[in-house]
Structure formats: C-alpha cells, structure tokens
Design a protein around this ligand. Sequence first.
Ligand code: ZN
Length: 260
Amino acid sequence: MPQRTISNFNGILLFRRDYRERDMLIKFLTAEYGKKMFFIRGARRRGFKMAAELLPFTMGEYVGDLRDGLSYINSVKTVQYFENISQDIALNAYATYVMNLIDVAYPDNQPVGRWYQQLTSALQLIDQNVAPAIVANVVEIQLLAAFGVAPELRACTVCGRTDLPFDYSESYGGLLCQQHWHLDPHRLHASQAAIYYLRRFSVLDLAKVHSISVKPTTAQQLRRILDEIYNNSVGLRLKSKRFIDQMGSWYQPLPPRNQD
Ligand SMILES: [Zn+2]
C-alpha cells in the first residue's frame, strides 16, 4: 500500500492505551490492511467528539489516513458495540484474551488472512455468552500456525494412519496413533473426546456456529492440552490469560442463554 492514503476501512478495536497527557493510541484489526495503530489526538480531553465511537469492544466502519507508522482516524461512519462483553467481567476477560492472541500472533500492517471475519464471529459468540471458554480454545488452536506451531491434526505424524485412537505429541508436532504412542513418553495423554474437538476446532468456521456444548471434563482436558502447547511449544504467557486462570477460582459464570 502507498505511504499514506485516505480510505474507508472496517475495524475491530483491539486495545486503547493512554499516550502523552491528552492523547491515546488505539489499535484496530482492519479487514483491509491488517492491524494498524492509530494516534488519536485529544482523545482524553473532556468533550472529545469521537469518545463514544472509540470505546473498547467496538467495531465499525471508519475513514482514516492510513500509514505504516501511526495512522489517523478522520471520521466514524457506523459503529456497533459488544455491550455484554463491556459489562460482564468474564466475557470481557475472554474477549480481551482472544484479541491479545491475535495481536501477538501477527505483525502490524500485514494481512491476517480470514481473522477479521473469524474474530468478528468469536466476539459475537462471546457477547452472547455462547461458550466463551470454548470459543477461546478455537482461536488458540487456529492461531497455532501463525505462532509457528502448525500441528498435524489430520493423521498420525509417523505413519499417516487415521483409524486408530490418537494422542497428541509435542515432540512430533501433532497426532500419534496408538501404535506409535511408545515413541513419546511425554505425549499429552488426552482423552479421545478432547482429541476429537481439537481436530474439529482446528477447522471450525465460527460464523457457522450458533451453540457449542462440550462436556465439562472434556473442556478441562482441552484447557490442559492447550495450556501445555502454549506454555511449551509456543512459549507464550499473556497477562490476560493469567487473569482468566485466576478468575476460575472466584467467578460464577452466568447460566447460558436459551437458544431461541
Ligand atoms: Zn502411527
């Protein structure tokens, strides 16, 4: 893209950060240009005219001066708010975590594949309180390739078989069939249900999802497997993830909504 250009873009606000005395830096995931950091002059002054349109957990259509360094927003055409996410601390935690992950996984100013659509769907599901922990698992699994860990989840990494029970091996970078379990004493000892969802979630289009139900024991296994992979193979420990881990000890989630 040229050095600078005034253009329309669709964006999801990833985070806001105070900058100097009265200004703010805001990062958007744009549909058209990947992630972009914007300098918002006077954003912390009282009476700032775009205050409502640049709140956290907002997405919309904007007009801006887009550059490879700091970009600028000229005007806001339409916005929509993820209201439940902004009001509920647990939904807020999951939304913040998935946006953090995408931010860390890709450099600014580069295309992010289908992540604009996938993140939109993830936030819509989290906003409706549709299995936010599982939505986070889907994002974690699908971002592994961007983190340089592209696990083989279609067949055994050693022999290519698909008809035997599987386990996950970090050393082999993916599935091991039962015949090859002996090759890795540190395989993750995952249940067949957890392996099933790991494989299924790796190709799940969140736009097509309306409800997700995974047994609590399987959900715990998925959490353990993904923690192992993110701690050991990816080597990532985000503050927003630690917050979710701590939240487990004191937060009672809302009952899921009826799907009608
Ligand atoms: Zn095998």
